[in-house]
Design a binder for this molecule. Structure first.
Ligand SMILES: NC(=[NH2+])NCCC[C@H](N)C(=O)O
Length: 626
């Protein structure tokens, strides 16, 4: 193994870490009882009260939000009063009268409601209601998060590197974001089909295969070269460069390479077998990167461009016959009224090139036919670089015209921005080359290990623990930096910031988790977690509790808009609220007696489980001791 590549590995699989729906253990597990959040219950109550005050307002949105003044604020009265042409404060008073407040009507969720300003309702929830709701969550393996009753089929196209080429940071982002989206959707009960649309087809493979025929030992291991991913990549890279050079300088070779493309497309066995060597060799390399990234890529989910080869002719025929595509300058094109180049000339989507070859678009169109027609997907997601936005716009529009995307199907490109260096320019090495992913991951792990070591030596971690935690913190840092930024934005790759213990970082959140675990290690015999709804709560306990209660709502929102950064920010807030709670409310030495110790341990435990599940859905591990 070369010295450049660290030899760390993550031993445990995700199966042990995050609950998945398709995991039989979870299905048959103890309980699956979804819990309505206090926010959802209140929403319902205020909505009913609005309807009681103004019968025609049935179904009106009470516009309930978390608030600093009370626990929640409902702003819906104002708009309603406006529409009814009544005095908002008077209407607000009527709504309050219709609300089941504490003691009244056997409903003790609401402790107090007060009208403020022009007609806002400030609502304070009863302490007991918070603790009871959390206890119901704690009793459920899924923390009370509901499972979709009518799941749809979503195809997620992500983690799509190219065969015989080095992966770049764009592939990293696609993989990290796609993996989180898949996990979040699956946790919500959606049926997810993962598709790794790897670049394994095209004219360059004619060149590569032809070169290999003429230089049969090119991909062989040379002495001293291992079978690591990096060694595979360097063999491929060498072959790519050598064949490219020949292709450019030698007309006769160029011609042989062109003929080889035709053989490949026709499925000539010898050609296909050699092509397969490039694919297999590349997979060794991809695997090594994904293993480091701690992302599981299953072989059956890799359906690269080659997987749609048999459909290309038909796809083009159908487009031509239906008139969606027309021949123009020898190429089969689709035109769009609103898509023009700088010169004002229309920019077409080219489905078949002048030389008869099929391009990237024909493959994507065939993939859509496969995904909607054969896989019966009702949602198609593409986690791809923002630079391919125009491509997807044209491909989706073409598929709509052709009837392959109907109104029942949602197709969305989820574009992500560019990773920048500290100079604000696209991330490059000092020599101006694009950065090798494995180097970047190794460096993150190295930095994280240094951070972990400093703390770890104080709490007596073993060398193995320091190494293992360094990996989980380093990889977590890379993923979190990526996932905590809203997708479309470019962001600066700054390792110092990413592994900082203070700030919006994964290690801050991981640290909060480890702290909960350390409290349990320190607990004395008989000190255990138990909910006590009869206890009054401190402000920091209430704030933590209400946030814990919002986990399911947050996940539902994230799954609806495909924005993992909202989950990251929920978790960062949870870690912050826990830190405040920990500073203000002694746990094991609480002065309210045994019940208070138990209730605080209960809050610690639910925080731990929520952090672990939430980070797990982002693909980030939670070390037990940090
Ligand atoms: N269906 C798709 N076109 N997916 C995206 C593929 C990304 C492509 N392999 C690239 O590296 O740019």
């Amino acid at each position: 193994m070369s010295s450049r590549m660290g030899d760390w590995r993550l031993a445990a699989t995700w199966r042990d870490h995050v609950l998945h729906l398709h995991d039989p253990d979870t299905r048959n597990g103890t309980s699956m009882a979804s819990v309505a959040s206090l926010s959802a219950s209140l929403q319902q109550r205020v909505s009913a009260a609005l309807a009681a005050a103004v019968p025609s307002a049935t179904g009106a949105d009470p516009l309930l939000r978390r608030s600093d003044r009370a626990d929640f604020q409902a702003n819906g009265v104002l708009g309603l009063a406006k529409r009814q042409k009544t005095n908002p404060q008077a209407l607000a008073a009527e709504v309050v009268a219709a609300l089941p407040a504490s003691g009244g009507g056997g409903d003790d969720t609401i402790a107090a409601v007060e009208v403020s300003g022009p007609g806002f309702l400030n609502i304070t929830v009863a302490d007991a209601a918070i603790t009871r709701n959390l206890a119901a969550r704690a009793a459920d393996d899924r923390l009370g998060v509901p499972v979709k009753e009518h799941p749809g089929v979503t195809v997620v196209d992500y983690a799509q590197p190219n065969v015989a080429k080095e992966m770049h940071v764009g592939h990293l982002r696609s993989s990290v974001i796609g993996d989180a989206i898949v996990k979040i959707l699956e946790f919500g009960g959606e049926q997810v089909v993962r598709r790794h649309h790897i670049g394994d087809w095209g004219t360059q493979f004619g060149m590569l295969v032809q070169y290999l025929i003429e230089h049969p030992h090119e991909l062989d291991h040379s002495a001293g070269e291992g079978d690591t991913g990096e060694a595979s990549m360097s063999r491929l890279d060498r072959t790519y460069k050598a064949s490219g050079a020949l292709f450019r300088s030698d007309e006769a070779f160029k011609e042989r390479a062109r003929r080889r493309v035709v053989d490949l497309q026709a499925g000539d066995p010898e050609t296909v077998a050699l092509w397969q060597r490039f694919v297999d060799e590349s997979k060794i390399y991809f695997d090594s990167v994904y293993q480091k990234l701690d992302i599981e890529i299953r072989d059956e989910d890799i359906v690269g461009e080659s997987g749609y080869n048999d459909m290309l002719v038909e796809t083009c025929d159908l487009l031509e016959k239906s008139g969606v595509a027309v021949w123009s300058n020898g190429a089969l094109c689709v035109f769009f009224d609103d898509i023009k180049g700088k010169d004002g000339e229309p920019v077409p989507l080219i489905v078949r090139k002048t030389d008869g070859g099929f391009g990237y678009a024909a493959t994507d169109l065939s993939a859509i036919r496969n995904r909607t027609g054969d896989l019966h997907a009702d949602t198609l997601l593409y986690v791809v670089d923002v630079r391919q936005s125009l491509h997807f716009r044209m491909v989706f529009e073409t598929a709509r015209r052709a009837g392959w995307l109907t109104d029942e199907v949602t197709a969305r490109h989820l574009p992500f921005g560019t990773l920048l260096g500290k100079d604000g320019k696209p991330f490059k090495t000092r020599a101006g080359e694009s950065v090798k992913l494995e180097d970047l991951l190794d460096e993150a792990v190295q930095r994280a290990t240094a951070v972990v070591r400093e703390k770890g030596e104080k709490i007596g971690l073993t060398e193995e623990e320091i190494t293992a935690n360094g990996v989980q913190v380093g990889i977590g840092a890379v993923k979190y930096a990526d996932l905590s930024t809203s997708l479309g934005r470019d962001y600066v790759f700054d390792l110092d910031r990413m592994v900082s213990l203070n700030g919006d970082t994964s290690v801050y959140v991981q640290y909060a988790y480890a702290r909960t675990r350390s409290i349990f290690r320190k607990a004395a015999e008989g000190q255990q977690a138990a909910a006590h709804p009869e206890l009054a709560l401190e402000p920091a306990e209430r704030a933590l509790g209400l946030h814990l209660d919002a986990f399911g709502d947050t996940l539902a929102e994230v799954a609806g808009v495909y924005e993992p950064h909202r989950l990251a920010s929920y978790l960062f807030q949870l870690a912050s609220l826990f830190t405040t709670f920990y500073e203000q409310c002694p746990v094991l030495t609480a002065d309210g007696g045994q019940a208070q110790v138990e209730n605080r341990l209960f809050l610690c435990d639910l925080t731990a489980r929520t952090l672990r599940q939430g980070l797990g859905l982002l693909g980030i591990r939670t070390p037990e001791r940090l």
